[in-house]
Design a protein around this ligand. Structure first.
Ligand code: DQA
Length: 148
């Protein structure tokens, strides 16, 4: 099945950006590892990073046309601000997992609220680059045996 990984604003700077919080791995490293793991499980992984809300929304809409089965999304700061991203995810009705590198609940209060969590399949945060791997494993498991 098709799995789409969406990375929001500033995640292009991964590895350079606040490494104490976000680690030294780059986005390319992460995407490559995810693609290999998805392929080993018989799935096809696509990814997209954008700093622009409308591009992320466009890619979500495209997921409906290309029959994306599952989305992993780290919406970055849009997590805490974007009703439009929430609406886009709800509109296409593609199940998604919310991902964060950092433990947002151990950080500033404005990061504690997410516009996505209550409509997500689940949320994984706090494991650095490994958050994506954990989310992918959960996605693969769910695609093999959909929850009731
Ligand atoms: C983040 C957490 C967000 O609060 C922040 O704005 C980000 C990254 C994370 O992966 O930990 O850009 O989504």
């Amino acid at each position: 099945a098709k799995i789409l990984v969406l990375h929001g604003p500033n995640l292009n700077l991964l590895g350079v950006r606040e490494p104490d919080i976000y680690g030294h791995e780059t986005l390319t490293d992460i995407n490559q590892r995810l693609a290999e793991r998805a392929q080993a499980a018989g799935h096809e992984l696509a990814w997209c990073q954008s700093n622009a809300e409308h591009e992320l929304i466009g890619r979500i809409h495209q997921g409906r046309d290309d029959r994306t089965a599952m989305i992993l999304i780290n919406a970055g700061a849009f997590t805490h601000t974007s009703i439009a991203l929430r609406d886009a995810l709800a509109s296409v009705a593609i199940p998604f997992i919310e991902v964060h590198l950092s433990n947002v609940f151990a950080r500033e209060a404005f990061r504690h609220h997410s516009y996505l969590s209550d409509i997500a399949v689940g949320v994984i945060c706090g494991f650095g680059g490994d958050s994506y791997r954990l989310a992918l494993d959960a996605a693969i498991q769910r695609l093999q045996a959909p929850a009731p």
